[in-house]
Design a protein around this ligand. Sequence first.
Ligand SMILES: Cc1ncc(COP(=O)(O)O)c(C=O)c1O
Length: 502
Amino acid sequence: MICACENIYVRFLFYREGELKPMDAEQLRECAHKMVDFIADYYKNIENFPVLSQVQPGYLRELLPDSAPSRPEPLQDVLDDVQEKIFPGVTHWQSPEYFAYFPSNSSVAGFLGEMLSAGINMVGFSWITSPAATELEMIVLDWLAKALKLPDEFLSTGQGGGVIQGTASEAVLVVLLAARDKVLRRVGRDAIGKLVVYSSDQTHSALQKACKIGGIHPENCRVLKTDSSTEYALSPELLSEAISQDVASGSIPFFLCATVGTTSSTAVDPLPALGKIANSNGLWFHVDAAYAGSACICLEFRHYIDGVEEADSFNMNAHKWFLTNFDCSALWVKERSALIQSLSTNPEFLKNKASQDNMVVDYKDWQIPLGRRFRSLKLWMVLRLYGLENLRAYIRNHIELARKFEELIKLDQRFEVVAPRNFSLVCFRLLPTQNDVECANRLNRKLLDAVNSTGELFISHTVLSDKYVLRFAVGAPLTEERHVVAAWKMIQEKASALLMNS
Ligand SMILES: Cc1ncc(COP(=O)(O)O)c(C=O)c1O
């Protein structure tokens, strides 16, 4: 709490002599310092919060007024409300006890980049609107492409290049649109009903959404089945068969989405074989490595994206496991003209000499919205302030922690590891006392609820081959071995209690 005179001072900062001063350098300095202190304290105390918010739906409406204030309020009052009313409804993704879904990293470097981007607050849709924003994005994505050893065709120096999308969902949407329009230019736009998309049943639902938006009929989406025999990876034989059947029936195969590190179990689709099939059948080949792409900056994990040479587009989320604050999804394409032909518009009010002379990249033509933030600052900060060697060590540490967690599971006969651990995700379940799938699923659902309702850790689940499976994803920047060991102890305790009562 601060004293009343400070309260008056902070109120005065925002509202002086009846005049609103929305941007004042000294006011910014004062308030932003206060905010940084607040956020630094948040990180210091993050372990004291329940990692998974325990509030009930609608909790906030009871705590906040019905309408906006007509007079300015002190910043401290707002921060007090954040502490008392907002934080209870926050799930703390940066908590070291966060092991759910996939990570969404924050870091000092990412935070500073985000802050700078908010500070500059430009809208860089065309090169002219802020040349540095476009050029830094091109350079930083070339750096990252080189760190991942992507083929040179993905670099901005050739016909391709990288672009920062908000999310992997936007990435797959824009490349699907590019691929759709490319094939329709060849076969005629009336053929849209014949276009077919291929993926596995492990592909992220972002592809399904992209198909809905892109006008691809659900019955033209071939969702090829996977199982434990291929470790949940897409089978090239199944793909070939499906394509042959579609061609024979007069359909037009045009898009394949493969995944490196599927969301459920981090399965890795065999890119070399799939890519060859895609290329020989004229399909656009997109590789979604939203989570696992980060690991491929390490030489020992780079082999997971062998075959990316065959791809037309490749995507990884730097905001997942690469210390870059949300949002920052890196997408590379080999043929940028395909994206531009699909997404470019050129209204009079945006015309300018640099664009008209074709001298520059205008990223508005590589994405859905017009406006775009200076997101490359975050990635640039991360790469510069940490350096690739530290980033590799960071990834390796999480993978090692996940390996230790897996070892702990294997020492307890009551549990089983359900899918191979390729990166930092462990899929496991508690075995039922009788061999009954439904009973096992109920037991694991109860275990998940029991663990998550403590607020002491947060894990999530999936279903693999009809089995309800628990997912333990290491990847929060503050997670250490002691957190992993404590998490396992808590899971074991809850399992013991459940088994005793079942
Ligand atoms: C493999 C994969 N692809 C796509 C996505 C969607 O990510 P986004 O939220 O960036 O759209 C996810 C999310 O976890 C994912 O794991």
